[in-house]
Design a protein around this ligand. Structure first.
Ligand SMILES: Nc1nc2c(ncn2[C@@H]2O[C@H](COP(=O)(O)OP(=O)(O)O)[C@@H](O)[C@H]2O)c(=O)[nH]1
Ligand SMILES: [Mg+2]
Length: 406
């Protein structure tokens, strides 16, 4: 694993009308030919996600989107995809071209201003970029002043032809990076410097050959960064490890599948939690998930449950989401219980028909996107939980799991 995981990258989404210069802007920003530039409206159809290092921003994912005024036959579908891209966006760039400056800006730039309002509502910082400065300087400056008056934002003027303004764009982007981006911790307040942490990680047939799964890798890396003492064992070596250690671990993190047996064998003083619960908190809203999991108890045979998994074909999560959880639920509430599945970024806009949503661990999604989904569920007052928390609840271990607070 040589790359920053996609979910941890700063997602910069580029939005604007078709032909405003979005794709050219990305190419100028990255000094690469990432996006196809053309003077035919609607060249960028599906959003293009491109991982790259931008000095000095670090690891980013740049999202090039279709113009939000795209009125071609596929327009509506594209708008859907653009909305999804917006939900993943940590930092939004709105690209505008100065035109019709004699008209009312509120009319000409209504889509841009509406999107600006949307991002503000999501607490997503927005950078306005006025492109094609080389074509009409006066108009660009007028637009900049209008944007300032309308939103209070300082737009950066650029030309992707002369590269004027591109350094300023980078400086502005750095100022706009959300303050807490990348600072969230998986192990939160549960451990501190020099604490001993024991990881129980079965490497069974479900584990990929020759490597560790992403949550394990990320947890180990974080604990090392936090100057903890880290020991990893499989289930069989747990007792030997505990006997060998001079003092009990401060924290034990286990794969949730073997939580019960680890709980029975752990020293009294050691806190115990699971990777999936830590990641539920890291990626989403743990208190809402716990509340949602408890809603299971009031389901009936007539209930409808939606299971949403991010990977379209990962055997392990398929087993949990496609087989394990439905089996557990049907066993308890009857075969007639309705369980529906969606995968990838498919997620229904209307959730009102569901009694419960169960989201996968979301290791491929960034926190922003998972939180946007939770936001939809909350707004429609539909309980939502995730795989790790549901399994902990259904197997009765939830009360014994140490939950991170922040
Ligand atoms: N003169 C000038 N033309 C530009 C500039 N940026 C983009 N263009 C042109 O505007 C057209 C649309 O650009 P493109 O990046 O594909 O726009 P998108 O649809 O928003 O992605 C292309 O013909 C570009 O060459 C610029 O800064 N100056
Ligand atoms: Mg484009």
């Amino acid at each position: 694993m040589n790359q920053t995981p996609s979910a941890n990258r700063l997602h910069i989404g580029i939005f604007g009308k078709t032909n405003s210069g979005k794709s050219s802007f990305i190419n100028a920003l990255t000094n690469q030919q990432v996006s196809i530039v053309a003077d035919i409206a609607g060249t960028t159809t599906d959003p293009v996600y491109k991982a790259m290092e931008i000095h000095p921003l670090g690891a980013c994912t740049i999202i090039d989107t279709a113009g939000f005024d795209d009125v071609t036959r596929l327009g509506e579908k594209r708008l859907e995809k653009t909305k999804q891209a917006a939900e993943k966006t940590d930092l939004a760039v709105l690209v505008l071209t100065a035109e019709n400056m004699e008209q009312d800006i509120k009319k000409v730039y209504k889509p841009e201003l509406d999107w600006y309002a949307y991002f503000k509502g999501q607490n997503t910082p927005v950078l306005f970029v006025v492109s094609k400065l080389d074509e009409d300087r006066k108009a660009a400056f007028t637009l900049q002043a209008e944007i300032k008056e309308e939103t209070g934002e300082d737009a950066v003027l650029i030309s992707t032809v002369t590269k004027e303004g591109m350094e300023e764009v980078k400086e502005a982007l750095i100022r706009k990076v959300p303050e807490n981006h990348g600072e969230r911790l998986i192990t939160a307040e549960l451990v501190g410097k020099e604490d001993l942490v024991l990881l129980v990680m079965p490497q069974d047939i479900q584990a990929p050959k020759g490597r560790l799964i992403l949550p394990q890798v990320q947890t180990i890396r974080e604990l090392l960064d936090r100057h903890c003492l880290v020991m990893s064992v499989t289930k069989e070596q747990l007792l030997l490890a505990l006997q060998t250690l001079k003092k009990p671990p401060k924290l034990i993190i286990t794969d949730s599948q073997i939580f019960g047996s680890v709980y029975e064998n752990k020293p009294k003083e050691s806190m115990l939690t699971s990777f999936s619960v830590l990641f539920a908190a890291y990626k989403g809203d743990l208190p809402y998930y716990v509340q949602g999991a408890k809603k299971i108890d009031s389901l009936t045979e007539n209930s409808r449950v939606l299971i949403a998994e991010c990977c379209t074909h990962a055997p392990l999560s398929e087993d949990i989401g496609r087989v394990k959880i439905p089996r557990m639920l049907k066993k308890r509430f009857g075969e007639n219980l309705t369980v529906e599945h969606v995968s990838g970024t498919d997620f229904p806009e209307d959730l009102s028909g569901y009694d419960l949503i169960i989201q996968c661990g979301g290791c491929m999604f960034n926190r922003k996107y998972v939180m946007a989904r939770i936001g939809h569920a909350k707004k429609q007052q539909v309980p939502m939980t995730n795989y790790g928390v549901v399994i902990a609840h259904l197997t009765g271990i939830l009360p014994y799991v140490t939950l991170p607070e922040s």
